[in-house]
Ligand binder design. Sequence first.
Ligand code: PGA
Length: 283
Amino acid sequence: MKIIAANWKMNNAFDETDQWLDGFFDHYSKNYDNLKNNQIILCPPAILLDYIDSELMEDSMQALEKIIESSHKKFEDFSSEELNNILIENRPFKLGGQDCHHQVSGSFTGDISAATLAKVGCEYVIVGHSERRVKYRETDQIVAKKALAALQQKLTPIICIGESKEVRDQNQHIEFVTQQFINAIDQNAKFDKLIIAYEPIWAIGTGVTPNNEQLAEVAKALQQVFVQKFANQAKEFHLLYGGSVSSKNSGEILAIPNISGLLVGKASLDIEQFIEICLSCQK
Ligand code: PGA
């Protein structure tokens, strides 16, 4: 299973979302066998979450009817919890927030809690994206608190780390990302899935990506950090790569050892390209 997460950032409103969803559902039904085993996650602007959640509900109602029909049972034979689980499990993609506050509620104008994200259908949330670390001065400590807050609401945090160009030029990148990884994990955190997204800042939105050797080096180092420090806090570990992922480079990146998914920014806005990226998991 590969994890492909789409980070729309502050892009797309309702009309574009409708077009994207139409395209997605259409491609998904045509390529079902090739896409069904991957975990696709959409992280849109927060205002769109509730709307997309209801669209997904409608789509999975049809799947639910088919499942019930093929099991030769009736709706009444299932408890509401069972029906709800079937609905959630059969979503063609999962929903994620782009950030959350570490408190459950309070006077934090403009912020969103992990609890609210969970209520509008999210199962994931991105924390510590470099745009938030740099532009909103989020520290490793804040990121660790956010990841913990997400877990407390049964959301899986997608924890972003990555070095700047200066750090890379000084050849300090391995120490830097290793430390970011360690600092982001609270010692009380327990993960079903521990997801780290390695996103070098110099690769985000630039069209430049690390070469295979550079990526393999970081992926190996982060895998070692997981084994040495966090194996007893998590059932699974997944390392995603993000930064100028496109349909041209996705297959090659996914073939690098220890990389089990992608965090896709700009290319995820274009549904044709995003589906190509999702399909490259199979190649
Ligand atoms: P990009 O963004 O794919 O547009 O480089 C990736 C990200 O910031 O998550």
